[in-house]
Design a protein around this ligand. Structure first.
Ligand code: BG6
Ligand code: MG
Length: 220
């Protein structure tokens, strides 16, 4: 089994920004007179900004015109950006930076594959923008996960075949996207949710790329 590249989702894999998305969506919901719970927030992981808004409106049983939706999404994003502008490297999830650096030292290519249009801002804030050979974010992608587009663009950028790429994902839709793109996938989080991944880890702390690759090859 040859592994030439690793592609990382951002939110939930490298940083925990779900809490900031949650606070911003909750504020929007409150403005429109309904509550939005942490449990509801699970449904938004890996989902694009506009698709997240549709889910929020469904939860609140609200309707809105396309123009109103644009304004709502912009308001939510302005609040979200206020949070992420305060981020720094202390918010990198434990072991993630070291894991990426180990990959680069062993000449495995590293890419980012995220639905977020704020991905570059976050990478700048946490000091990892130069750690990736390719950055594919929500500004470069038309089709949201589970469509494999985001990961296939990354593989093309890197010049690596999908079969030699491993994707790291915390969202079910992201795992599907990797599978749909013909890539192997390591789920980061709960095996109950990410059961379609080839392997599930609970994080990168004290984990080396060679451990992960050895465990992956045993699964196949
Ligand atoms: C994904 C997050 O990475 O990016 C989603 O998991 C989010 O929760 C999506 O909605 C889009 O992010 P942004 O920053 O473009 O609103
Ligand atoms: Mg994610």
């Amino acid at each position: 089994m040859k592994i030439s590249a690793c592609i990382f989702d951002l939110d939930g894999v490298v940083v925990d920004t779900a809490k900031y998305h949650y606070l911003a969506w909750k504020r929007l919901a409150a403005e429109h007179g309904f509550d939005f719970t942490e449990h509801d927030n699970e449904r938004l992981k890996g989902v694009s900004r506009m698709a997240s808004l549709e889910i929020l409106l469904e939860i609140g049983q609200k309707s809105a015109s396309p123009q109103e939706k644009e304004l709502m999404a912009a308001r939510k994003n302005a609040w979200y950006v206020e949070y992420i502008e305060k981020m720094d490297s202390s918010e990198i999830l434990p072991g993630a930076k070291e894991f990426i650096e180990n990959l680069r030292a062993s000449e495995v290519k590293v890419a980012l594959g995220s639905a977020s249009k704020n991905a570059r801002l976050i990478l700048n804030r946490i000091g990892l923008v130069n750690h990736f050979d390719s950055i594919v974010d929500g500004t470069r992608v038309v089709n949201a996960k589970p469509d494999p587009e985001v990961f296939l663009i990354a593989a093309t950028d890197l010049g690596i075949r999908p079969s030699e790429c491993v994707v790291f994902e915390d969202a079910e839709a992201g795992v599907e996207a990797a599978i749909n793109g013909g890539m192997r996938c390591v789920g980061v989080g709960s095996p109950a949710i990410l059961y379609r991944a080839n392997l599930v880890i609970d994080g990168f702390k004290n984990l080396s790329p060679s451990d992960v690759f050895a465990r992956l090859s045993k699964q196949l």
